[in-house]
Design a protein around this ligand. Structure first.
Ligand code: HSE
Length: 436
């Protein structure tokens, strides 16, 4: 039995988890892969992390580039992160004929097109299941399980930090700042959570999901991104009153020959399954034109859940090489000569329902003026309510939900609403999705 020899670059949370899963499940892996998957070398600048693995007879390097020079290594597992050194490492490994497995979504979102091209040229594989939604095998779903379908849309809660913060705001009625601070204290959020709360981590993942779902190049720059950092608790409370929850969603949807790519806070009906994905959990819905709606749920981060995806990619590589094929299925699901461009829609051309919150002086005629601004843009109101002002208040909140309409019509109506006498403060606008 030949052994699949792995060089592990990075012994952080996921690297440590990968080591553990390979050790703990080694018998199970042999039965499934048909051969042993063995980490034969580790590269990690902090030697104490390597020493903490105990007596193991494997080679140690402080510099990951040295792994590439080890002829016996078949696969480099890149768990270093970042997109500068990691890019050099991955490209060099592929050019040296080594397969690569990575959890690095930022790297692939920014440089994936080049990386997959180099991999194909060198007849090696890039496994990246761990890069999207951690332990949920969503890439395999798109690549294999749903391959018979033309995909209509993919929508995911793909950032656990944002979902944790939103869940706490909703459950406990606390502000964004307090929820984030508590998440950091409990270790659910990074000390620098910028990538998460500004939506960029979700955008990285969405760029990969969209590429696989629709057979397009990875288009990070064309994604409309807004995070949760400016979300006021009021929106969470009012959404609940209207029968909705607010989730930060990554959405990729095909409309005719165009594509929507967006990450933003979204109202979704409280009785749909996605609305009940709470805490740091992730979930991805995929609608295929034959299968209909499907839903995948699980941990989107953490040592062993993410390592579960890393090791699954290793098992795939081990299985492929037994069959003497470099890649049984294309990494991005579509054959590379069938990857094409789709026109990606700008915000104004994307349709959805909208939530609008206005702060108004409680005077006769203000609602009539506001609704006229909406009807002038052909926007129909689905429901609305006005908060009863407190005795010491002379202004109040009015919340409206619209039927589906174009983003540009909403923006035009908002321009007019801002000019209405007795409307104070800038209106707050969020999209509403039915996920049907
Ligand atoms: N920081 C990510 C999250 C996990 O909060 O979901 C890794 O992608």
């Amino acid at each position: 039995m030949t052994v699949l020899k792995v060089g592990l670059a990075g012994l952080g949370t996921v690297g440590g988890g990968t080591w553990k899963v390979c050790e703990k499940n080694s018998d199970e892996i042999i039965r499934k892969a048909g051969r042993k998957v063995k980490i034969v070398a580790v590269a990690e600048p902090a030697r104490n992390k390597f020493l903490s693995l105990g007596e193991n007879g494997i080679s140690y390097f402080s510099d990951a580039m040295e792994l590439i020079e080890v002829p016996e290594i078949d696969v480099i597992v890149e768990l270093i992160g970042g997109d500068t050194f990691a890019k050099m490492l991955v490209l060099k490994a592929l050019k040296n004929g080594k397969h690569v497995v990575t959890a690095n979504k930022a790297l692939l979102a920014k440089h994936g097109n080049e990386i997959f091209e180099v991999a194909e040229k060198n007849r090696v594989t890039v496994g990246f299941e761990a890069a999207v939604a951690g332990g949920i095998p969503i890439l395999k779903v798109l690549r294999e399980g749903l391959t018979a379908n033309s995909i209509d849309w993919v929508a995911g809660i793909i950032n656990g930090t944002s979902n944790y913060v939103l869940s706490e705001m909703e459950d406990r009625g606390i502000s964004f700042d307090q929820a984030l601070k508590e998440a950091q204290d409990l270790g659910f959020a990074e000390s620098d959570p910028t990538l998460d709360i500004e939506g960029n981590d979700s955008a990285h993942k969405l760029s990969l999901l969209a590429s696989m779902a629709f057979g397009i190049k990875i288009n990070l720059d064309k994604i409309l991104v807004s995070g949760i950092k400016d979300l006021d608790l009021k929106e969470v409370i009012y959404a609940k009153k209207l029968g909705y929850k607010i989730k930060s969603l990554g959405i990729a949807r095909r409309t005719d020959s165009c594509l929507e790519l967006r990450v933003h806070s979204t109202l979704i009906p409280e009785n749909c399954l996605m609305a009940n994905v709470n805490g740091a959990m992730n979930a991805v819905m995929v609608k295929g034109n034959s299968v209909g709606n499907t839903l995948y749920y699980g941990q989107g981060a953490g040592a062993e859940p993410t390592a579960s995806a890393v090791v699954a990619d290793l098992v795939d590589i081990a299985r492929n090489s037994i069959g003497n094929v470099s890649a049984r299925v294309p990494a991005l699901s579509y054959q590379s000569n069938h990857i094409r461009d789709l026109n990606i829609l700008e915000d104004g051309l994307i349709k959805s329902g909208f939530y609008i919150r206005l702060r108004v002086l409680d005077r006769a005629g203000v609602l009539a003026d506001v609704t006229r601004c909406l009807s002038n843009e052909d926007i129909s109101i689905e429901s609305f309510f006005q908060k009863k002002p407190r005795e010491d208040e002379n202004s109040t909140d009015v919340v409206l939900l619209t039927h589906e309409c174009l983003g540009k019509n909403i923006l035009d109506s908002i321009k007019a609403i801002k000019l209405v006498k007795n409307v104070i403060d800038d209106p707050i606008i969020l999209r509403v999705e039915s996920l049907k």
